[in-house]
Design a binder for this molecule. Structure first.
Ligand code: THG
Length: 266
């Protein structure tokens, strides 16, 4: 079944930043409970926006969230020391977000990840920047899978993020990532594909219909997880319906459950 990584606990969101600054634990608890009730399978926690406060903010968020969390957390930071601290604090085996092929980050992350039994998001980013062809995305994914396998991370624990780029800058950016996802899944059927989707619609109006249509296409190509807002009923309905249509919902049980809960509307 499609895995929904709930994206809302991120200090780049104004209300979350205000709640963290004023230590409003109830706001955070309510938000996490809403995401869980809406079907989040992980809760992403990103404390990166208040410069100089990330370690403390992450610590406070984990202290606040863990007593009420019913699903594992996705620890989201580019800083290995923040991830190390958060990993130590995690009560349920977390997902790490993320490693990339950028040399400094890669060199700091590999020793940290070695021997860890956790899921890991691997970004197809290197020091030359974003990938510029589907072959480039596939080559970067191959390197990430091989390197992570070498330190004992099984292919089934790897979540490749192919990095979605704005279609407004180049009309090929949609097919580029869709072709890459098909290529990666053909070579590594067990690997997971995840990522944020909203970059696809950057610079265009009516962004949400673009994001929803794109997630459907990405799922057909092999995406089986995404970092999205579980409280967005339209994208959640789209994801659940696509999952059923792709044969990932035996007897349409999850779809029917969603309809009965009022969570899926025509
Ligand atoms: N890949 C991976 N991790 C990621 C991303 C990714 N982590 C961060 C981000 N991208 C995904 N998380 C969010 C969290 C919140 C919002 C978007 C992505 C969000 N944005 C509002 C918007 O775009 O309108 C604005 C914020 C606000 O409310 O102020 O809410 O791609 N591996």
């Amino acid at each position: 079944m499609f895995e929904v990584i709930g994206e809302r606990i991120n200090t780049s969101r104004k209300k979350v930043q205000e709640a963290v600054a004023s230590k409003d634990a109830q706001y955070i608890i309510d938000d996490v409970q809403k995401q869980q009730n809406a079907g989040a399978t992980y809760i992403d926690v990103n404390a990166g926006a208040r410069i100089g406060h990330e370690t403390q903010d992450m610590q406070w968020l984990l202290d606040t969230i863990q007593p009420i969390a019913t699903v594992p957390l996705t620890l989201d930071s580019p800083d290995p020391s923040v991830l190390e601290m958060a990993f130590q604090m995690a009560e349920k085996t977390p997902m790490i977000n993320s490693i990339s092929l950028e040399k400094e980050r890669y060199d700091a992350m590999m020793p940290f990840l070695e021997g860890k039994n956790c899921k890991i998001i691997a970004l197809c980013m290197d020091d030359s920047g974003m990938p510029d062809s589907s072959d480039d995305i596939i080559a970067r994914a191959n390197t990430l899978v091989k390197e992570l396998n070498n330190i004992g991370i099984g292919t089934g624990s790897i979540y490749i993020d192919p990095l979605v780029q704005p279609i407004s800058t180049d009309s090929n950016k949609g097919v580029m990532v869709l072709d890459a996802v098909r290529g990666i899944k053909a070579k590594y059927p067990e690997v997971h594909i995840t990522g944020g989707l909203s970059n696809i619609s950057y610079g265009l109006p009516q962004r949400k219909i673009i994001n929803r249509t794109f997630v459907t296409l990405m799922m057909a190509a092999g995406m089986d997880s995404a970092i999205i807002d579980p409280l967005d009923e339209k994208i959640m309905g789209t994801v659940r319906t696509a999952d059923m249509l792709l044969g990932h919902d035996d007897f349409c049980m999850n779809f029917l459950k969603g309809v009965r809960a009022g969570a899926i509307l025509s």
